[in-house]
Design a protein around this ligand. Structure first.
Ligand SMILES: Cc1cc2nc3c(=O)[nH]c(=O)nc-3n(C[C@H](O)[C@H](O)[C@H](O)COP(=O)(O)O)c2cc1C
Length: 285
C-alpha cells in the first residue's frame, strides 16, 4: 500500500498507485471538517529523508465520500485514513467513511497536533483504547490503528489498541524532528517541528514493528523508510504481514511499488520461499 498522505489524495493518483503494483490504497487522513493545515514551508528534504509538517490539510470526510465511491467503482481497494479531535469526532468520521464504502479504516492515532481533547493521543494508552473502542462501535469494517514511534513504550500503546478492538496495527508514522537554516538561523519549517520520514527512520520503524509483533496477536503493517525490496523483506522477517511505502514514491517515482514487488518475488525464488507467510517473523524465531 501507499503510506497515507504522501502523494496527496486525488482518486486519479490513488488509482495510478494501485495500477503500479500496490495491493490497496490509503487516503490522506480525513477529519470531521475541512482543514487548511500549517503555513508554508511544510516540507524540507533532509539527510536520508524528508521532514514534513503538513498539519493534516484535508477536505473533510464528508467531501471525500464521492472520491471513495469513485475509487471503488474503478475496482480499487480503499483504506480510509482518518482522525478526529475528540473520541466523538473519531467515531463520527469512522461512521461517515464506512458508509462511503471504504474496505477498511486506518485510525491515525499518531498525529501530535490535532487531538485537542485527547492531548498527545499517540502516547496515551488509555485514550488509544478508548478511541479505538468508540470507532469499532460505529463500524463493521476492519480498523487498523497507526502508531507513532515517538513514545516510550510502543508495546503498551499497541496492546491498548488491541484491547480497544483494533484489527491490525500500522507501525509507524513519522519521527518528530527539526531542521535549521544556518543562514536564516531559524527552523526551516514554519511549524518548527515536523515528522521525519524515509530511509533515515527505517531502523526505528523496523524496531517498532519488531516490538509490536511481540506485543499483539493481530497483524502488523510495516511502514517507515521502505524503499527497496530488501527493505520490504526486512520488515516481513521482523513480522509484518503487509507494508506501506510513502517517501520512496517521492524519491523513486511511482514505479517503486512494482520494483519492490519484483524484488520480493526474486528474493523468494532465490531463497526457496513459495509464500510470503513462510517468511513472516522468521528473524524473531
Ligand atoms: C508529506 C507527508 C504527508 C503525510 N500525511 C500523513 C497523513 O495524512 N496521515 C498519516 O497517517 N500519515 C501521514 N504521513 C506519514 C506517512 O504515512 C508514513 O507513516 C511516514 O512517512 C513513514 O513512511 P515513509 O518513510 O515510507 O514515508 C505523511 C508523510 C509525509 C511525508
Amino acid at each position: 500500500m501507499n503510506a497515507a498522505g504522501v502523494l496527496g489524495m486525488s482518486p486519479s493518483i490513488l488509482k495510478r498507485i494501485y495500477d503500479s503494483g500496490a495491493g490497496a490504497v490509503v487516503t490522506k487522513s480525513l477529519g470531521p471538517k475541512p482543514r487548511k493545515g500549517h503555513p508554508n514551508p511544510t516540507f524540507v528534504r533532509v539527510e536520508a529523508g524528508g521532514l514534513n509538517a503538513m498539519g493534516l490539510p484535508n477536505p473533510g470526510a464528508e467531501y471525500f465520500v464521492d472520491e471513495i465511491k469513485e475509487l471503488k467503482n474503478m475496482g480499487v481497494p480503499v483504506i480510509a485514513s482518518f482522525f478526529g479531535g475528540s473520541v466523538q469526532e473519531f467515531a463520527e468520521v469512522a461512521y461517515t467513511l464506512s458508509r462511503a464504502g471504504a474496505d477498511a479504516l486506518e485510525l491515525n492515532a499518531s498525529c501530535p497536533n490535532v487531538a485537542e481533547e485527547l492531548g498527545m493521543l499517540a502516547a496515551d494508552a488509555n485514550n488509544v483504547e478508548k478511541v479505538t473502542a468508540a470507532v469499532k462501535d460505529q463500524t463493521k469494517l476492519p480498523v487498523f490503528v497507526k502508531l507513532s514511534p515517538s513514545v516510550t513504550n510502543i508495546k503498551i500503546i499497541a496492546k491498548a489498541a488491541e484491547w480497544g478492538g483494533a484489527d491490525a496495527i500500522t507501525a509507524v508514522n513519522t519521527v518528530k524532528a527539526i531542521a535549521i537554516d544556518v543562514n536564516m538561523r531559524r527552523p526551516i519549517l514554519a511549524n518548527v517541528t515536523g515528522g521525519l520520514s524515509g530511509p533515515a527512520i527505517k531502523p526505528i520503524a523496523l524496531r517498532c514493528v519488531w516490538d509490536v509483533v511481540q506485543a499483539v496477536n493481530i497483524p502488523v503493517i510495516g511502514c517507515g523508510g521502505i524503499t527497496t525490496g530488501e527493505d520490504a523483506v526486512e520488515f516481513i522477517l521482523a513480522g509484518a504481514t503487509a507494508l506501506e511505502v510513502g517517501t520512496a514514491v517521492m524519491t523513486h517515482g511511482i514505479g517503486v511499488y512494482k520494483d519492490i514487488n519484483d524484488r520480493i518475488a526474486s528474493y523468494m525464488t532465490e531463497n526457496g520461499f513459495k509464500e510470503i507467510k513462510e517468511m513472516v517473523g522468521l528473524a524473531q524465531e
